[in-house]
Design a protein around this ligand. Structure first.
Ligand code: SAH
Length: 256
């Protein structure tokens, strides 16, 4: 395993939820870290892998409160590293997938703070696999497009070219899209995707609360997605049809 020197920051992906999907590198870093800054989407069971003396700092968004500013989080990381601590920044999924991890890394570089990134299993790939949805299949798609539905304003991103996405992306995996499902559905229909195209909404992937809702684009556009709740991924495309075949054959998870 790579060394985790004092005064260094590790940006670590915690995976989509299931503790078993944490990487060995992440577990190794957790065991050594002096201080751990973690997000709302991180499974807090993961923190039990930390050493006895580790300090924990929640830097996610709490209900009703604005999320901490990115520059403030970076400043906390830099300041802890300058005190000679081993600093672990734990983020849900993969740190560089729609999680502003790259912005934090840029901030560390700008401050001259040594850092390393430990990639994680992103929800839009591993979370879907766990729900029986492969992001590629040779008979279905030669490409897959990952999309974040909203921009900084919280509305449907104006930067997205829905006509191009509709024409060129056989499979779309949409992060942070539940609140905007009507707009997403309407945009794709307007751009020519078939109303009966398969859609899945996978909520709480890889956790005991995982649900997989299968529907169509037309029903998505009508907001007809009972039980869909954040965090969730919306998948549009024929790979969704494989879910009934590929849903894992395993005993249901039983709480100990
Ligand atoms: N860096 C993370 C994504 C952060 S953006 C990653 O690589 O997975 C947050 C979005 O990720 C959520 O709005 C949701 O769309 C998705 N997400 C994260 N964890 C999820 C989970 N367990 N189930 C479904 N979606 C999840």
């Amino acid at each position: 395993m790579p060394p985790f020197p004092a005064g260094c920051v590790w940006l670590v992906g915690a995976g989509p939820g299931d503790l078993g999907l944490l990487t060995l590198q992440a577990a190794w870093a957790l065991a050594q870290a002096d201080i751990i800054f973690f997000d709302a989407l991180v499974n807090e069971d993961v923190l039990r892998l930390a050493g006895g003396g580790a300090e924990f700092v929640f830097v996610g968004k709490r209900a009703g409160c604005p999320s901490p500013k990115q520059s403030d989080i970076t400043a906390l990381l830099v300041s802890a590293a300058r005190k000679g601590k081993r600093v672990l920044r734990l983020k849900g999924g993969d740190p560089y997938v729609f999680g502003r991890g790259a912005e934090e890394a840029q901030g560390l570089v700008a401050a001259g703070t040594p850092f390393r990134v430990a990639p994680g299993v992103t929800a839009g790939i591993g979370g879907l696999a766990a729900a029986g949805i492969p992001v590629t299949h040779r008979d279905v798609n030669q490409s897959v497009t990952f999309v974040t539905a909203h921009d900084a304003s919280g509305g449907l991103s104006q930067k997205l070219n829905w006509a191009a996405l509709a024409a060129g992306s056989p499979v779309l995996v949409i992060y942070m899209g539940v609140r905007l499902m009507r707009e997403i559905g309407a945009s794709l229909l307007a751009a020519g995707r078939a109303p009966d195209e398969s859609v899945a909404v996978v909520s709480h992937a890889t956790t005991p609360r995982q649900t997989v809702l299968r529907t169509t684009l037309e029903r998505l556009a009508a907001g007809d997605a009972p039980g869909a709740e954040a965090p969730a991924l919306i998948v549009i495309g024929r790979v969704v049809d494989l879910a009934p075949v590929l849903a894992p054959i395993a005993p249901a998870l039983v709480e100990a």
